[in-house]
Design a protein around this ligand. Structure first.
Ligand code: 2BA
Length: 108
């Protein structure tokens, strides 16, 4: 048994979850926040048998898009100490996935 943690963008979360559910996989959604952008993203937990890992990963990959996000950095002005904001673009996603061994799985 494996536990998959998939960090996806909020915009993709519903599509990933509904496709997982349609294909018979259970999923738990956690609201999370990226440490770098400090904006919301979604962490999905999926418990799967080893033989289903590739099916789950394909769904996550196919429904998670990469996008650009704008962020402010600052640059010191040449004279004085004031900082000038600079807008830069970075690419976020598709999905960041961790696959962990789950020692046991029980439902009561
Ligand atoms: P954030 O930490 O908000 O990062 C958003 C995006 O900012 C990242 O996209 C990456 O393009 C960029 N980024 C992050 N840290 C950076 C740094 N130190 N220098 C330059 N650029 C940086 P993704 O790589 O697609 O990551 C999306 C989200 O997935 C992250 O949001 C974070 O919540 C999670 N994540 C990614 N890698 C992780 C890891 N190794 N451990 C835990 N969470 C991770």
């Amino acid at each position: 048994m494996k536990l998959i943690f998939a960090i996806v963008q909020d915009e993709d979360a519903n599509k990933v979850m509904s496709t997982l559910n349609k294909n018979g996989f259970m999923v738990t959604k956690l609201s999370s926040t990226g440490g770098f952008l400090k904006s919301g993203n979604t962490t999905l937990l999926v418990g799967v048998n080893e033989q289903d890992i590739n099916a789950v990963l394909s769904i996550i990959e196919s429904k998670s898009k990469s996008r650009t996000a704008k962020m402010n950095t600052s640059n010191a002005l040449s004279e004085g100490t004031d900082l000038m904001p600079i807008r830069t673009e970075i690419t976020v996603g598709g999905a960041t996935v961790f696959i962990i061994n789950a020692e046991d799985y029980r439902k009561f």
